[in-house]
Write a protein that binds this ligand. Structure first.
Ligand code: MN
Ligand code: MN
Length: 476
């Protein structure tokens, strides 16, 4: 009897997060699996920010969304999107309440760490054609050598024609790779610190090896590569100066594990939150509050530039919704709207990895498989650069999740003072809205093959949907 009492007391007073798989069993599990299939396709379709915008717009149009530019005015139930420089996106479902009373926003970023080509990339050395690169975002450089890479991007040829390239994704395509020193001769290299094991200037891409037929010309292999590019795309070496070419892992998204519990893929930070947000928004019909998906670029380098989350273009896109539904938008109208808005900064966090246990505080970390993660703060060195969500708002979001039976957990991004990181949360909160970080825990974040738990992906989608539908203007 006493034993039972103490068990009940324990249940009543103690807290720990639990496996979300226990909740999503049977029929629910089928939903988890089928959602994952669509998510994997989205990842494969959008491996760069540009491609991600294209893939998202295709899904939105299929779900009845139209370009906001094509609408003179907006009314409740309307579904629109605004393309931000082909690298960002704002999509909205108009609510029955005035937009000035605020919006429910899901904000994710769609850029991921990758490797860019330099402006003058192509050179020949030792009978090889190679390309110089400059990496983008935080990467462990040694993870990007000796794997198949695909080349994606845009260039303009001398005719002024815009050429979009994607080489290395189709089965029959060639791929590219960054070679590395053989282990037999690595005695010196292996004494370097891991952060310098591969240096930035050593990330050189192998792109060709057959010489041009005329033996009297110099750099015959480089010339042969240029000739191939000219024959196929009418491109010359000069056209690379203004190009944007990204190298990304050539592999497709795959199930991981005997039980297929995980998804392994490139770019899940943060396209996992972009896809789950998009799927939630598309599901919303005739909401009370206007519901928004905001996908930004350049988060991995500080959210700067006119396609980054700090850009006025995202404000313009939100302002357009007020102008077109209200007839006008004063600065007061816009500021009131932001004041009354709530946002989930939809970004990934680190999942606990038992192999690197000392990097985490085990009682304050997210676990893969325990549901969507809400993070009060991120930042580094004493929460620097963090949004640090208000308790009032945090608590309201958890109430919505719990009322809708959505498994959620919380945590910190690793051990205090070990490192840290940021999201777009603080940038958006600076505008006046309530913001908290909320997203999927990820293993091997920023690596070419990042891993998420399928059940977390599905919980995040359901959490986002509940937030869009249920979050009210005033919650106290
Ligand atoms: Mn992120
Ligand atoms: Mn990141």
């Amino acid at each position: 009897m006493k034993n039972k009492d103490s068990q009940e007391l324990e249940k009543k007073l103690k807290y720990s997060s639990e496996s979300a798989w226990d909740i999503y069993s049977g029929k629910q599990n089928e939903k988890v699996q089928s959602f994952s299939e669509n998510y994997k396709k989205f990842l494969d379709d959008g491996k760069t920010e540009r491609e991600c915008v294209t893939a998202a717009v295709a899904l939105l149009e299929k779900a009845g969304f139209v370009d906001a530019g094509s609408k003179e005015s907006l009314s409740a139930g309307d579904r629109v999107y605004r393309n931000i420089r082909n690298k960002g996106l704002v999509a909205a479902v108009m609510g029955t309440e005035p937009v000035i009373d605020g919006m429910n926003i899901l904000g994710a970023h769609i850029d991921s760490p990758h490797i860019d080509l330099k402006p003058m990339p192509l050179y020949e050395d030792a009978d090889m054609a190679l390309m110089k690169t400059h990496y983008y975002g935080g990467i462990k450089k040694y993870q990007w050598t000796t794997i198949p890479l695909a080349l994606h991007g845009v260039l303009y040829n001398s005719e002024g024609e815009k050429i979009s390239v994607s080489i290395g994704e189709a089965e029959e395509d060639p791929v590219f790779t960054i070679n590395e020193l053989l282990v037999h001769l690595s005695q010196e290299q292996l004494t370097r610190k891991a952060s310098e094991a591969i240096k930035g200037e050593e990330l050189n891409l192998l792109v060709g090896g057959i010489p041009y037929e005329d033996k009297d010309v110099k750099e015959r292999i480089k010339l042969n590569v240029l000739k191939l590019l000219f024959d196929k795309y009418q491109l010359t070496e000069k056209d690379f100066l203004t190009a944007e070419i990204e190298l990304v892992p050539a592999h497709k998204a795959r199930d991981v594990g005997f039980d297929r519990s995980y998804i392994g893929a490139y770019g899940q930070d943060d396209r996992v939150c972009a896809y789950t947000a998009l799927a939630a928004l598309m599901k919303v019909k005739n909401p009370a509050r206007t519901c928004i998906c905001l996908f930004s670029d350049k988060e991995e380098v500080g959210s700067i530039g006119n396609s980054g989350a700090k850009s006025a273009l995202y404000e313009n896109a939100l302002m357009e919704l007020i102008v077109k539904s209200n007839g006008q938008c004063s600065l007061w109208d816009f500021r009131s709207c932001l004041d009354n808005s709530h946002m989930l900064s939809s970004d990934v966090t680190a999942a606990y990895d038992p192999t690197y246990a000392s990097a985490f505080d085990k009682s304050n970390t997210a676990f893969a498989g325990r549901g969507v993660c809400l993070l009060k703060y991120t930042g580094s060195r004493g929460k620097s650069g963090s949004n640090d969500a208000h308790s009032e708002f945090f608590n309201e979001v958890t109430r919505i999740f719990e009322k809708n039976s959505i498994p959620w957990q919380t945590g910190e991004l690793g051990r205090v003072d070990l490192g840290g990181g940021g999201t777009i949360a603080a940038d958006m909160a600076n505008k006046g809205m309530n913001v908290i970080d909320c997203g999927v825990p990820v293993l091997s974040m920023h690596a070419p093959f990042e891993v998420t738990s399928k059940v977390d992906v599905y919980c995040t989608y359901e959490g986002f949907l509940a937030f869009l539908k249920k979050m009210k203007k005033c919650y106290e």
